[in-house]
Design a protein around this ligand. Sequence first.
Ligand SMILES: Nc1nc2c(ncn2[C@@H]2O[C@H](COP(=O)(O)OP(=O)(O)OP(=O)(O)O)[C@@H](O)[C@H]2O)c(=O)[nH]1
Ligand SMILES: [Mg+2]
Length: 380
Amino acid sequence: MITTGIKKFDELLGGGIPNGKAVLFQIEPGMEESDVAFPVMKENIGKVNTIYVSSISSPKNVYKKMEEFDMKPDEKNFAIIDGYSPLIGAPSGEKYVVEEPHDIGSYEDTIFRALEDLGENTLLVFDSLSNIMDLCNERIALEGIERINNEINKIGAYAISNFIAWPYKEATLYRIKRIFNAIIDARKEQALSLMEIKKVDWNAKTAKFYFKIFKPEGLRIYIPKIIVTGPFKSGKTTFIRSISKKFFPVERLGATTGVEYGVVDYNGYRADVFGIPGREGFAPLLDKFAGSSMGAIIVVDSGSEESIASAKNFIEKFKDIPNVVVANKQDALNAKSVEEIKRMLHPYENVIGASAIRGEGTKEAFEFLAEKIVEELNAH
Ligand SMILES: Nc1nc2c(ncn2[C@@H]2O[C@H](COP(=O)(O)OP(=O)(O)OP(=O)(O)O)[C@@H](O)[C@H]2O)c(=O)[nH]1
Ligand SMILES: [Mg+2]
Protein backbone atom coordinates (compact mmCIF):
# COMPACT_ATOMS: atom_id res chain seq x y z
CA MET A 1 0.00 0.00 0.00
CA ILE A 2 1.20 3.52 -0.76
CA THR A 3 -0.45 6.65 0.61
CA THR A 4 -1.25 10.07 -0.78
CA GLY A 5 0.02 11.80 2.33
CA ILE A 6 -3.41 13.34 2.86
CA LYS A 7 -5.11 11.62 5.77
CA LYS A 8 -8.65 12.22 4.51
CA PHE A 9 -7.78 11.31 0.90
CA ASP A 10 -6.21 8.04 2.09
CA GLU A 11 -9.25 7.36 4.23
CA LEU A 12 -11.53 7.83 1.21
CA LEU A 13 -9.26 5.49 -0.76
CA GLY A 14 -9.67 2.85 1.92
CA GLY A 15 -6.20 3.46 3.37
CA GLY A 16 -4.29 4.38 0.23
CA ILE A 17 -3.40 2.82 -3.11
CA PRO A 18 -3.03 -0.97 -2.74
CA ASN A 19 -0.30 -3.06 -4.36
CA GLY A 20 -0.80 -3.90 -8.00
CA LYS A 21 -3.02 -0.92 -8.80
CA ALA A 22 -2.76 1.52 -11.69
CA VAL A 23 -4.33 4.90 -11.00
CA LEU A 24 -5.15 7.49 -13.64
CA PHE A 25 -5.42 11.17 -12.84
CA GLN A 26 -7.75 12.48 -15.53
CA ILE A 27 -7.04 16.19 -15.71
CA GLU A 28 -9.19 18.82 -17.40
CA PRO A 29 -7.28 20.63 -20.15
CA GLY A 30 -6.11 24.09 -19.14
CA MET A 31 -5.85 23.35 -15.44
CA GLU A 32 -3.05 25.03 -13.60
CA GLU A 33 -2.47 21.78 -11.71
CA SER A 34 -1.65 19.59 -14.69
CA ASP A 35 0.66 17.33 -12.70
CA VAL A 36 -1.28 15.81 -9.85
CA ALA A 37 0.83 12.65 -9.77
CA PHE A 38 3.94 14.54 -8.74
CA PRO A 39 2.93 15.36 -5.14
CA VAL A 40 1.76 11.76 -4.67
CA MET A 41 5.16 10.63 -5.85
CA LYS A 42 6.73 13.08 -3.38
CA GLU A 43 4.88 11.41 -0.54
CA ASN A 44 6.31 8.01 -1.42
CA ILE A 45 9.82 8.73 -2.51
CA GLY A 46 12.24 6.81 -0.33
CA LYS A 47 9.47 4.47 0.85
CA VAL A 48 9.20 2.72 -2.50
CA ASN A 49 11.44 2.78 -5.56
CA THR A 50 10.29 5.26 -8.16
CA ILE A 51 10.42 5.17 -11.95
CA TYR A 52 9.46 8.49 -13.51
CA VAL A 53 8.53 8.33 -17.17
CA SER A 54 9.40 11.71 -18.60
CA SER A 55 7.82 12.41 -21.96
CA ILE A 56 7.05 16.14 -21.86
CA SER A 57 10.06 17.57 -20.09
CA SER A 58 13.79 17.01 -19.93
CA PRO A 59 15.32 15.03 -17.05
CA LYS A 60 16.99 18.27 -16.01
CA ASN A 61 13.61 19.91 -15.54
CA VAL A 62 12.32 16.88 -13.63
CA TYR A 63 15.22 17.12 -11.17
CA LYS A 64 14.62 20.85 -10.86
CA LYS A 65 10.97 20.27 -10.06
CA MET A 66 11.90 17.63 -7.51
CA GLU A 67 14.08 20.19 -5.81
CA GLU A 68 11.18 22.65 -5.71
CA PHE A 69 9.17 20.02 -3.86
CA ASP A 70 12.06 19.33 -1.49
CA MET A 71 12.55 15.83 -2.86
CA LYS A 72 15.90 14.17 -2.65
CA PRO A 73 16.08 11.35 -5.15
CA ASP A 74 18.70 8.68 -4.68
CA GLU A 75 20.19 6.75 -7.58
CA LYS A 76 19.47 3.49 -5.81
CA ASN A 77 15.72 4.07 -5.56
CA PHE A 78 14.91 6.57 -8.29
CA ALA A 79 15.20 6.39 -12.06
CA ILE A 80 14.00 8.51 -14.93
CA ILE A 81 12.86 6.93 -18.14
CA ASP A 82 13.89 9.53 -20.63
CA GLY A 83 11.45 9.72 -23.50
CA TYR A 84 12.10 13.40 -24.04
CA SER A 85 15.75 13.78 -25.10
CA PRO A 86 15.46 11.38 -28.09
CA LEU A 87 12.36 13.27 -29.18
CA ILE A 88 14.25 16.53 -29.55
CA GLY A 89 17.44 14.82 -30.70
CA ALA A 90 19.39 15.69 -27.57
CA PRO A 91 21.81 13.32 -25.86
CA SER A 92 20.57 11.76 -22.62
CA GLY A 93 22.53 11.23 -19.47
CA GLU A 94 19.95 8.82 -18.07
CA LYS A 95 20.36 5.08 -17.65
CA TYR A 96 16.98 4.38 -19.22
CA VAL A 97 16.30 6.02 -22.54
CA VAL A 98 13.33 5.39 -24.84
CA GLU A 99 15.09 4.90 -28.15
CA GLU A 100 12.02 5.34 -30.31
CA PRO A 101 9.57 7.65 -28.51
CA HIS A 102 7.03 7.34 -31.33
CA ASP A 103 6.71 3.65 -30.61
CA ILE A 104 4.95 2.49 -27.47
CA GLY A 105 6.93 -0.77 -27.78
CA SER A 106 10.10 1.17 -27.07
CA TYR A 107 8.49 2.65 -23.93
CA GLU A 108 7.45 -0.84 -22.85
CA ASP A 109 10.92 -2.31 -23.35
CA THR A 110 12.52 0.43 -21.29
CA ILE A 111 9.90 0.35 -18.54
CA PHE A 112 10.06 -3.44 -18.19
CA ARG A 113 13.84 -3.31 -18.00
CA ALA A 114 13.69 -0.66 -15.23
CA LEU A 115 10.98 -2.60 -13.37
CA GLU A 116 13.17 -5.68 -13.47
CA ASP A 117 16.10 -3.73 -12.05
CA LEU A 118 14.13 -1.97 -9.29
CA GLY A 119 11.81 -4.80 -8.26
CA GLU A 120 8.13 -5.03 -7.40
CA ASN A 121 8.21 -2.47 -4.61
CA THR A 122 8.17 0.25 -7.22
CA LEU A 123 5.97 3.18 -8.15
CA LEU A 124 5.79 3.89 -11.84
CA VAL A 125 4.86 7.51 -12.63
CA PHE A 126 3.84 8.81 -16.05
CA ASP A 127 4.26 12.56 -16.46
CA SER A 128 1.71 12.54 -19.29
CA LEU A 129 0.04 9.50 -20.77
CA SER A 130 -1.92 11.72 -23.12
CA ASN A 131 1.32 13.01 -24.59
CA ILE A 132 2.57 9.46 -25.17
CA MET A 133 -0.75 8.58 -26.78
CA ASP A 134 -0.47 11.59 -29.06
CA LEU A 135 3.08 10.68 -30.08
CA CYS A 136 2.42 7.03 -30.70
CA ASN A 137 -0.56 5.65 -32.55
CA GLU A 138 -3.45 6.11 -30.12
CA ARG A 139 -4.92 2.62 -30.47
CA ILE A 140 -1.61 0.85 -30.35
CA ALA A 141 -0.44 3.06 -27.48
CA LEU A 142 -3.48 2.00 -25.45
CA GLU A 143 -2.63 -1.65 -26.02
CA GLY A 144 0.87 -1.01 -24.75
CA ILE A 145 -0.43 0.86 -21.70
CA GLU A 146 -2.73 -2.06 -20.99
CA ARG A 147 0.24 -4.44 -21.07
CA ILE A 148 2.16 -2.17 -18.70
CA ASN A 149 -0.81 -2.01 -16.31
CA ASN A 150 -1.17 -5.78 -16.45
CA GLU A 151 2.45 -6.14 -15.46
CA ILE A 152 1.92 -3.70 -12.55
CA ASN A 153 -1.12 -5.78 -11.47
CA LYS A 154 0.84 -9.00 -11.79
CA ILE A 155 3.99 -8.06 -9.88
CA GLY A 156 2.14 -5.97 -7.27
CA ALA A 157 3.86 -2.68 -8.06
CA TYR A 158 2.06 0.67 -8.36
CA ALA A 159 1.40 3.09 -11.20
CA ILE A 160 0.08 6.65 -11.21
CA SER A 161 -0.38 8.62 -14.40
CA ASN A 162 -1.32 12.11 -15.42
CA PHE A 163 -3.69 12.16 -18.33
CA ILE A 164 -4.91 15.40 -19.85
CA ALA A 165 -8.46 14.61 -20.91
CA TRP A 166 -8.48 16.24 -24.34
CA PRO A 167 -11.67 15.57 -26.27
CA TYR A 168 -10.62 12.09 -27.36
CA LYS A 169 -13.01 9.74 -29.13
CA GLU A 170 -15.58 8.10 -26.87
CA ALA A 171 -14.09 4.71 -27.65
CA THR A 172 -10.66 5.87 -26.48
CA LEU A 173 -11.99 7.26 -23.21
CA TYR A 174 -13.96 4.06 -22.63
CA ARG A 175 -10.87 1.98 -23.22
CA ILE A 176 -8.86 4.14 -20.81
CA LYS A 177 -11.49 3.71 -18.10
CA ARG A 178 -11.37 -0.02 -18.56
CA ILE A 179 -7.62 -0.49 -18.25
CA PHE A 180 -7.14 1.49 -15.04
CA ASN A 181 -8.01 0.30 -11.55
CA ALA A 182 -8.90 3.81 -10.43
CA ILE A 183 -9.80 7.05 -12.16
CA ILE A 184 -9.43 10.30 -10.28
CA ASP A 185 -10.71 13.44 -11.98
CA ALA A 186 -9.15 16.84 -11.52
CA ARG A 187 -11.21 19.74 -12.84
CA LYS A 188 -12.24 23.32 -12.24
CA GLU A 189 -15.41 24.01 -10.35
CA GLN A 190 -16.44 27.50 -9.31
CA ALA A 191 -12.89 28.78 -9.82
CA LEU A 192 -11.54 26.09 -7.50
CA SER A 193 -9.71 22.88 -8.32
CA LEU A 194 -11.75 19.80 -7.57
CA MET A 195 -10.53 16.24 -7.26
CA GLU A 196 -13.02 13.43 -7.58
CA ILE A 197 -12.47 9.71 -7.11
CA LYS A 198 -14.64 8.47 -9.98
CA LYS A 199 -13.82 4.81 -10.22
CA VAL A 200 -12.05 2.45 -7.83
CA ASP A 201 -11.97 -1.31 -8.15
CA TRP A 202 -10.97 -1.90 -4.55
CA ASN A 203 -12.78 -1.25 -1.30
CA ALA A 204 -12.89 2.55 -1.39
CA LYS A 205 -15.34 5.37 -1.84
CA THR A 206 -16.07 7.63 -4.73
CA ALA A 207 -15.75 11.11 -3.29
CA LYS A 208 -14.60 14.62 -4.05
CA PHE A 209 -12.79 17.51 -2.44
CA TYR A 210 -11.21 20.81 -3.41
CA PHE A 211 -7.45 20.75 -3.60
CA LYS A 212 -4.36 22.83 -4.19
CA ILE A 213 -0.74 21.97 -4.74
CA PHE A 214 1.85 23.90 -2.76
CA LYS A 215 5.60 23.96 -3.14
CA PRO A 216 7.35 22.43 -1.37
CA GLU A 217 4.57 20.91 0.76
CA GLY A 218 2.66 19.07 -1.96
CA LEU A 219 -1.02 18.20 -2.19
CA ARG A 220 -3.59 19.63 0.22
CA ILE A 221 -7.35 19.45 0.62
CA TYR A 222 -8.20 23.11 0.25
CA ILE A 223 -10.85 25.07 2.10
CA PRO A 224 -10.96 28.63 0.78
CA LYS A 225 -12.99 30.27 3.52
CA ILE A 226 -13.66 29.42 7.12
CA ILE A 227 -15.06 32.08 9.40
CA VAL A 228 -14.19 32.35 13.09
CA THR A 229 -16.47 34.47 15.21
CA GLY A 230 -18.14 34.57 18.60
CA PRO A 231 -18.86 36.91 21.51
CA PHE A 232 -16.53 39.60 22.83
CA LYS A 233 -13.21 38.45 24.34
CA SER A 234 -13.97 34.75 23.97
CA GLY A 235 -10.51 34.04 22.58
CA LYS A 236 -11.13 34.19 18.81
CA THR A 237 -7.82 35.86 18.05
CA THR A 238 -5.93 33.50 20.35
CA PHE A 239 -7.71 30.56 18.70
CA ILE A 240 -6.81 31.59 15.13
CA ARG A 241 -3.24 32.29 16.18
CA SER A 242 -2.96 28.81 17.67
CA ILE A 243 -4.14 26.96 14.54
CA SER A 244 -2.39 29.10 11.91
CA LYS A 245 1.01 28.80 10.38
CA LYS A 246 0.74 32.40 9.26
CA PHE A 247 -1.41 34.92 11.07
CA PHE A 248 -2.30 38.54 10.41
CA PRO A 249 -4.08 40.14 13.38
CA VAL A 250 -5.92 43.45 13.23
CA GLU A 251 -5.82 44.78 16.76
CA ARG A 252 -5.92 47.95 18.78
CA LEU A 253 -5.28 47.93 22.52
CA GLY A 254 -5.82 44.16 22.58
CA ALA A 255 -9.21 44.23 20.86
CA THR A 256 -9.83 43.04 17.32
CA THR A 257 -10.93 45.94 15.14
CA GLY A 258 -11.31 44.33 11.72
CA VAL A 259 -11.11 41.12 9.74
CA GLU A 260 -8.10 39.08 10.82
CA TYR A 261 -6.66 36.35 8.66
CA GLY A 262 -4.81 33.09 9.20
CA VAL A 263 -3.46 30.32 6.98
CA VAL A 264 -3.95 26.86 8.44
CA ASP A 265 -1.98 23.83 7.30
CA TYR A 266 -2.91 20.79 9.33
CA ASN A 267 -3.19 17.06 8.66
CA GLY A 268 -3.46 17.48 4.90
CA TYR A 269 -5.88 20.40 5.05
CA ARG A 270 -5.06 23.92 3.93
CA ALA A 271 -7.55 26.60 4.85
CA ASP A 272 -7.88 30.35 4.76
CA VAL A 273 -9.43 31.41 8.03
CA PHE A 274 -11.08 34.79 8.65
CA GLY A 275 -11.77 36.12 12.11
CA ILE A 276 -14.61 38.59 12.51
CA PRO A 277 -15.66 40.20 15.79
CA GLY A 278 -19.14 39.15 16.88
CA ARG A 279 -20.17 42.61 18.04
CA GLU A 280 -23.18 44.38 16.59
CA GLY A 281 -21.26 46.72 14.30
CA PHE A 282 -19.86 43.77 12.41
CA ALA A 283 -23.23 42.11 11.77
CA PRO A 284 -23.49 43.08 8.07
CA LEU A 285 -19.97 41.81 7.43
CA LEU A 286 -20.74 38.63 9.33
CA ASP A 287 -23.83 38.00 7.22
CA LYS A 288 -21.84 38.53 4.07
CA PHE A 289 -19.21 36.03 5.22
CA ALA A 290 -21.85 33.55 6.34
CA GLY A 291 -23.07 33.40 2.76
CA SER A 292 -19.67 32.74 1.23
CA SER A 293 -17.89 30.61 3.83
CA MET A 294 -17.58 26.83 3.68
CA GLY A 295 -17.73 26.51 7.44
CA ALA A 296 -17.91 28.46 10.69
CA ILE A 297 -16.12 28.21 14.03
CA ILE A 298 -17.94 29.84 16.94
CA VAL A 299 -15.63 30.54 19.86
CA VAL A 300 -17.18 31.01 23.29
CA ASP A 301 -15.73 31.61 26.76
CA SER A 302 -16.59 28.51 28.82
CA GLY A 303 -16.36 30.58 31.99
CA SER A 304 -19.18 32.93 31.01
CA GLU A 305 -22.83 31.86 30.82
CA GLU A 306 -23.61 34.94 28.78
CA SER A 307 -20.88 34.04 26.29
CA ILE A 308 -22.16 30.46 26.01
CA ALA A 309 -25.78 31.54 25.62
CA SER A 310 -24.88 33.92 22.80
CA ALA A 311 -23.62 30.94 20.78
CA LYS A 312 -27.26 30.17 19.94
CA ASN A 313 -27.52 33.27 17.73
CA PHE A 314 -24.38 32.32 15.87
CA ILE A 315 -25.53 28.71 15.44
CA GLU A 316 -28.73 30.06 13.92
CA LYS A 317 -26.81 32.40 11.62
CA PHE A 318 -24.59 29.56 10.34
CA LYS A 319 -27.21 26.83 10.23
CA ASP A 320 -26.77 26.36 6.47
CA ILE A 321 -23.04 25.60 6.58
CA PRO A 322 -20.99 23.14 8.66
CA ASN A 323 -20.20 24.70 12.04
CA VAL A 324 -18.64 23.95 15.39
CA VAL A 325 -18.71 25.63 18.78
CA VAL A 326 -15.32 25.86 20.46
CA ALA A 327 -15.79 25.84 24.23
CA ASN A 328 -12.66 27.88 24.90
CA LYS A 329 -10.79 28.65 28.12
CA GLN A 330 -11.30 25.11 29.42
CA ASP A 331 -8.18 25.74 31.51
CA ALA A 332 -9.95 28.41 33.58
CA LEU A 333 -11.16 27.42 37.07
CA ASN A 334 -14.72 28.61 36.44
CA ALA A 335 -15.00 26.89 33.04
CA LYS A 336 -18.15 24.88 32.37
CA SER A 337 -17.49 21.42 31.02
CA VAL A 338 -18.21 20.47 27.41
CA GLU A 339 -21.10 18.28 28.64
CA GLU A 340 -22.67 21.18 30.52
CA ILE A 341 -22.29 23.44 27.50
CA LYS A 342 -23.90 20.83 25.25
CA ARG A 343 -26.81 20.71 27.68
CA MET A 344 -27.11 24.49 27.55
CA LEU A 345 -27.10 24.48 23.75
CA HIS A 346 -29.27 21.37 23.38
CA PRO A 347 -30.05 19.90 20.85
CA TYR A 348 -26.82 21.26 19.30
CA GLU A 349 -24.03 18.66 19.50
CA ASN A 350 -20.91 20.04 17.79
CA VAL A 351 -19.12 21.36 20.85
CA ILE A 352 -15.38 20.89 21.22
CA GLY A 353 -13.47 21.89 24.34
CA ALA A 354 -10.28 23.90 23.93
CA SER A 355 -7.75 26.08 25.59
CA ALA A 356 -6.53 28.40 22.89
CA ILE A 357 -3.96 29.97 25.17
CA ARG A 358 -2.35 26.55 25.69
CA GLY A 359 -3.00 25.44 22.12
CA GLU A 360 -5.07 22.50 23.31
CA GLY A 361 -8.05 21.21 21.34
CA THR A 362 -7.84 24.00 18.77
CA LYS A 363 -6.42 22.00 15.86
CA GLU A 364 -8.81 19.17 16.71
CA ALA A 365 -11.71 21.61 16.47
CA PHE A 366 -10.41 22.82 13.11
CA GLU A 367 -10.07 19.26 11.80
CA PHE A 368 -13.55 18.37 13.07
CA LEU A 369 -14.95 21.21 10.98
CA ALA A 370 -12.75 20.43 7.96
CA GLU A 371 -14.04 16.84 7.97
CA LYS A 372 -17.61 18.11 8.12
CA ILE A 373 -16.93 20.39 5.17
CA VAL A 374 -15.66 17.47 3.06
CA GLU A 375 -18.64 15.35 4.15
CA GLU A 376 -21.02 18.17 3.23
CA LEU A 377 -19.46 18.40 -0.24
CA ASN A 378 -20.05 14.67 -0.70
CA ALA A 379 -23.60 14.70 0.62
CA HIS A 380 -24.98 16.25 -2.58
N1 LIG B 1 -7.52 31.29 30.44
C1 LIG B 1 -7.61 31.49 29.14
N2 LIG B 1 -7.60 32.71 28.62
C2 LIG B 1 -7.69 32.87 27.28
C3 LIG B 1 -7.79 31.75 26.42
N3 LIG B 1 -7.87 32.20 25.15
C4 LIG B 1 -7.83 33.53 25.20
N4 LIG B 1 -7.71 33.95 26.49
C5 LIG B 1 -7.60 35.32 27.00
O1 LIG B 1 -8.83 35.99 26.77
C6 LIG B 1 -8.59 37.35 26.41
C7 LIG B 1 -9.22 37.64 25.06
O2 LIG B 1 -8.54 36.88 24.07
P1 LIG B 1 -8.63 37.23 22.53
O3 LIG B 1 -8.04 36.12 21.79
O4 LIG B 1 -8.12 38.59 22.29
O5 LIG B 1 -10.20 37.22 22.39
P2 LIG B 1 -11.06 37.74 21.16
O6 LIG B 1 -12.30 36.96 21.17
O7 LIG B 1 -10.26 37.78 19.94
O8 LIG B 1 -11.38 39.23 21.63
P3 LIG B 1 -12.05 40.38 20.74
O9 LIG B 1 -11.58 40.18 19.34
O10 LIG B 1 -11.56 41.66 21.31
O11 LIG B 1 -13.52 40.20 20.88
C8 LIG B 1 -7.11 37.54 26.41
O12 LIG B 1 -6.71 38.08 27.66
C9 LIG B 1 -6.56 36.13 26.27
O13 LIG B 1 -5.31 35.95 26.84
C10 LIG B 1 -7.79 30.43 27.00
O14 LIG B 1 -7.86 29.39 26.35
N5 LIG B 1 -7.70 30.37 28.35
MG1 LIG C 1 -9.92 39.21 18.67
